[in-house]
Design a protein around this ligand. Structure first.
Ligand code: RB5
Length: 150
């Protein structure tokens, strides 16, 4: 699988571990930053990764912030992105099987490295089941209402 990865400062320390783990498993992973743990705003990194995934058909993304919450919310604003916030292997697996998730998110402050490995394995080793789930996934885009909510 081909992955783009980005974090904010609160997910930065976990990034090399994830890159090493996926590389050892034979996956391609492209680091979109940041290059230091200086404070950054998670929506900026979410957009960078989401735009890369949309531009590169068939690719996936990984986004990490402190909780995974902000960065997943931001990524899901991008048309075509299905970002799943997963802190266990079961939801990571289901995010692929039922939701065809194209970005995996988690929080560095929430999970340890062992759990991260199990999440990554579950996400990588599970395929979208299609069928009835495909119709539901197609409807997700119908939920988009364009324009800013004031
Ligand atoms: C940064 O302090 C933190 O708010 C951010 O990484 C993330 O957890 C937000 O959802």
């Amino acid at each position: 699988m081909k992955f783009y990865i980005a974090t904010d400062h609160a997910g930065f320390a976990l990034k090399p571990f994830v890159i090493d783990y996926l590389t050892q498993k034979g996956h391609e992973i492209i680091d979109l930053g940041p290059d230091s743990d200086a404070r950054v705003d998670y929506p900026d990194l979410a957009k960078k990764c989401a735009d890369a995934v949309i531009a590169d058909s068939g690719s996936f993304g990984i986004l990490i912030c402190g909780t995974g919450i902000g960065i997943s919310i931001a990524a899901n604003k991008i048309k075509g992105i299905r970002a799943a916030l997963c802190h266990d292997a079961y939801t990571a697996s289901m995010s692929r099987a039922h939701n065809d998730a194209n970005i995996l998110c988690f929080g560095e402050r929430v999970v340890g490295k062992g759990v991260v490995e199990s999440i990554l394995d579950a996400f990588c080793n599970t395929s979208f089941e299609g069928g009835r789930h495909a119709a539901r996934v197609n409807k997700i885009e119908d939920c988009c209402s364009f324009g800013r909510v004031e």
